[in-house]
Design a binder for this molecule. Structure first.
Ligand code: SF4
Ligand code: FES
Length: 245
C-alpha cells in the first residue's frame, strides 16, 4: 500500500459528550459521532440520508463553551460537548413549543399520533403545554392528488420532502417559500396543487415526512394504540433518524 493511501484513511480521535469519552472519525459531525456512540441528541430536521439542513436548531449543544447545531458542526479532537443539560433541554423545549403554536397540531385527532417525531420529541423534552399563545394560522389541506394528501397545518418545514424529492426521486416536487413565520411548503406545479405533479405514493418523498403533513390516503390510523413506534421504542433508544416515516 502506498503512503498516500495510508494518509487518506480518516483518523480516529476522542471527544467527550456529557463527560463520556467517545471515539469519532475525523470529519464526523457531533450528531453523527453521538449517534455512533448511542448517545441521543434531540433533532427534527436531520436525517442521516441527507446533507444536514440545520434549520430546526433542536440539536443545539455546547461545544467548548459555545452553542452550535450538532448536525452541522464537525467534532474537533478532545472537544468537550454538553448536550443533556437542564438549560439546553429548556431551550429545545421552547423551540418545540414554538413549532406547536406556529402551526395547527391537534395530536389526539392526528393520524400520525404515536408515529410523529415532533410529538415524541415534545414528550422526551417534558413538554406539558404549548406555553405560548397559539397562532392558529389559516393553512390549507391539499387533497388534489389521487393517493396522497398534504396537510399544511402540520408542516414543520424540515425540508426532508424537498431534499428527498430532489436528491432521490429526481423530481423536485417541493420547495420552501418565503422565510421566518411566513415560510410555506410549496408544490412545483402551475396550479401549486399536488395533483398536478407526477408525485407518486412510492416516491421516497412520499414516505419521509416526520410529522403528519404528507400522508397516504386511505391508511389513517394504521397502527393501533400500543403498536405505534413511540409505544414500542422510546425515541432515546432509536438510532439517529434515517428511518423512513
Ligand atoms: S411536509 Fe413533512 S417532510 Fe416536508 S417540510 Fe413539511 S414536515 Fe418536513
Ligand atoms: S438543526 Fe440539527 S437537527 Fe435540525
Amino acid at each position: 500500500m502506498s503512503t498516500s493511501n495510508i494518509t487518506n484513511i480518516p483518523s480516529t480521535q476522542n471527544c467527550y459528550i456529557d463527560g463520556k469519552e467517545i471515539k469519532y472519525t475525523e470529519g464526523q459531525t457531533i450528531l453523527e459521532a453521538a449517534s455512533q456512540a448511542d448517545i441521543y441528541i434531540p433533532h427534527l430536521c436531520y436525517n442521516k440520508k441527507f446533507k444536514p439542513h440545520g434549520s430546526c436548531r433542536v440539536c443545539i449543544v455546547n461545544i467548548n463553551g459555545h452553542s452550535s447545531c450538532a448536525c452541522t458542526t464537525p467534532v474537533t479532537p478532545n472537544a468537550k460537548i454538553e448536550s443533556d443539560t437542564v438549560e439546553l433541554n429548556h431551550d429545545r423545549r421552547v423551540l418545540v413549543q414554538m413549532l406547536f403554536t406556529e402551526g395547527n397540531h391537534f395530536c389526539p385527532s392526528c393520524e400520525k399520533s404515536g408515529d410523529c417525531l415532533l410529538q415524541t420529541t415534545a414528550y422526551e423534552l417534558g413538554m406539558v403545554s404549548p406555553h405560548f399563545s397559539p397562532n392558529f394560522p389559516i393553512r390549507e389541506v391539499d387533497a388534489s392528488h389521487v393517493d396522497m394528501l398534504i396537510d399544511h397545518n402540520r408542516c414543520i418545514f424540515c425540508s426532508l420532502c424537498v431534499r428527498a424529492s430532489r436528491e432521490i426521486d429526481c423530481k423536485n416536487i417541493f420547495g420552501l417559500a418565503q422565510r421566518g413565520a411566513k415560510t410555506t411548503l410549496s408544490v412545483n406545479s402551475p396550479s401549486g396543487r399536488l395533483g398536478d405533479t407526477d408525485f407518486s405514493s412510492s416516491d421516497y418523498a412520499a414516505n419521509i415526512c416526520p410529522v403528519g403533513a404528507i400522508l397516504h390516503k386511505g391508511t389513517g390510523f394504521k397502527n393501533p394504540i400500543g403498536q405505534r413506534s413511540s409505544d414500542i421504542t422510546p425515541l432515546k433508544t432509536h438510532s439517529t433518524s434515517g428511518e423512513d416515516a
